[in-house]
Design a protein around this ligand. Structure first.
Ligand code: SAM
Length: 220
């Protein structure tokens, strides 16, 4: 799995976030080298990110990020018609946002290491209802060929455990071909029944991978 670096602006669009949504403490689960946490303070809220990759430390992450940015650029070129460029404007702008987000992540990681937790779903090192909102992008569903139904179920239950308000997941399709995930409806119903919560698939103002224009939310 490549280390990717999406910007705060991409997160706002992928999860249709408002300033009110970000007023409390937000956890970015599987944050990778994204600058969501670095940018979150501007609106007055606080954010944390969690990723197993953070165990490697800032210097190793900087080396890996530079290598993985080159690799994801090559994949992007190879899979040209799988992507829509409306949001980014052009491949050049996309590259620049990714590069800038990665640089911002590294500065923030070195300045505020306590915001970045090394850990792996389905176990989070946080108290029950310890944060207000949990976000996870390009981990669940994206990697449904690698993580099975039981893992997804356990991961969502765990994110719901640590959130006081809501869990938002994006996108809802497989990486690569953007195929729908066949267990999505069953999983929603399963989690709703287990926790007595409601969920919804909500259209968002962002579509890069063709067909990936919805998030799944669990309201607690
Ligand atoms: C494709 S990246 C997405 C990163 C970022 N959220 C984004 O949208 O650019 C997926 C991230 O999930 C992390 N990851 C892999 N397994 C994980 C797990 N079990 N729990 C939490 N994060 C995990 C990877 O290290 C990687 O950084």
């Amino acid at each position: 799995m490549l280390l990717t670096s999406r910007s705060h602006a991409e997160y706002r669009a992928m999860f249709d976030l408002t300033d009110d949504d970000l007023a409390g403490v937000t956890l970015d689960c599987g944050g990778g080298a994204s600058s969501f946490v670095a940018g979150a303070g501007a609106g007055g809220g606080r954010a944390l990110a969690l990723d197993p990759a953070y165990a490697a430390g800032a210097d190793a992450l900087a080396r890996r990020l530079s290598r993985d940015l080159d690799r994801s650029r090559a994949i992007g070129i190879a899979g040209g018609d799988r992507y829509l460029w409306d949001w980014y404007g052009s491949p050049g702008r996309h590259r620049e946002l990714r590069r800038a987000a990665g640089a911002e992540f590294l500065v923030d990681l070195r300045r505020h290491p306590g915001r970045y937790l090394a850990g792996s779903l389905p176990r989070l090192p946080l108290a029950d209802a310890g944060v207000d909102l949990v976000l996870s992008s390009h981990l669940l569903f994206t990697w449904a060929d690698r993580f099975d139904y039981a893992w997804h179920r356990a991961a969502i239950l765990e994110m719901c455990r640590v959130s006081r308000g809501e869990v938002r997941l994006f996108p809802l399709v497989h990486q690569g071909d953007g195929a729908p995930v066949d267990f999505l409806d069953r999983l929603r119903a399963d989690v709703e029944a287990a926790l007595g919560v409601t969920s919804a698939c909500v259209r968002v103002p962002f579509e890069f991978q063709r067909g990936a224009d919805r998030m799944l939310t669990f309201v607690l």
